[in-house]
Design a protein. Structure first.
Length: 132
């Protein structure tokens, strides 16, 4: 089983804050606040996750990724996070930061794009023409 967690006090990057982040220890890394939605079960190279399909009640379903594909997606997610952190180390009004954030917007990953857009929107004139 793989469980995705947020450290105490960490906030979701792309979700709207709903009050202060919890400081009570590790938290589920999802918007539902339910640990079941933050875990992936692996069995014989297949993956299963707890999620809702349509109007059905949430349950354990085939995640449609092999263990190798899941590990690759995790690696890509880590690389995107590192890129976001690098961009955010630059001054908020710098063109270099805006360019790096714009690259993340075009990365094709919903979370990376949403997060980068959030920060790009506060880049002022440095962001002009970066996202087209």
């Amino acid at each position: 089983m793989t469980v995705f967690l947020l450290r105490a006090g960490a906030q979701h990057e792309f979700l709207s804050p709903q009050g202060s982040p919890s400081t009570d220890g590790w938290q589920p890394a999802n918007g539902f606040g339910d640990m079941r939605f933050s875990a992936v079960w692996l069995r014989n190279g297949e993956s299963f996750a707890f999620f809702q399909i349509g109007v059905e009640e949430a349950g354990l379903h085939d995640f449609s990724l092999t263990e190798q594909e899941l590990r690759h997606q995790i690696d890509v997610g880590i690389q995107l996070r590192v890129s976001l952190d690098r961009a955010l180390e630059l001054p908020a009004d710098s063109v270099a930061r805006a360019v790096q954030l714009a690259e993340l917007v075009r990365a094709g990953d919903f979370i990376a794009s949403s997060s980068a857009l959030k920060y790009l929107s506060t880049s002022g004139s440095a962001a002009g023409g970066c996202v087209a």
